[in-house]
Design a protein around this ligand. Structure first.
Ligand code: FES
Length: 76
């Protein structure tokens, strides 16, 4: 027999950022990035799209393991 299952909504990644936008897209010029930059991938940063360390609290609260994308200019 087939059990009818209630449809469980899939979890959202973005809980609160720029919800008025149909899609959150960030554009930056590579030239403006400086020598080191950390981009948020947890969607919890108050400085999104930059990382502000909020992933640490998120990981602690949820046992997740997310972290930023770190870009740095290589040494010449
Ligand atoms: Fe989101 Fe650091 S705050 S990755």
């Amino acid at each position: 027999s087939r059990r009818r299952r209630r449809a469980v909504p899939k979890p959202k990644v973005n809980l609160s950022l720029m919800k008025e936008d149909p899609k959150v897209v960030t554009q930056m010029d590579i030239e403006d990035l400086g020598d080191k930059i950390a981009f948020c991938r947890c969607w919890r940063s108050k400085k999104f799209p930059l990382c502000d360390g909020s992933h640490n609290q998120h990981n602690e609260d949820t046992k997740d393991n997310v972290g930023p994308l770190l870009l740095r200019r290589g040494e010449e």
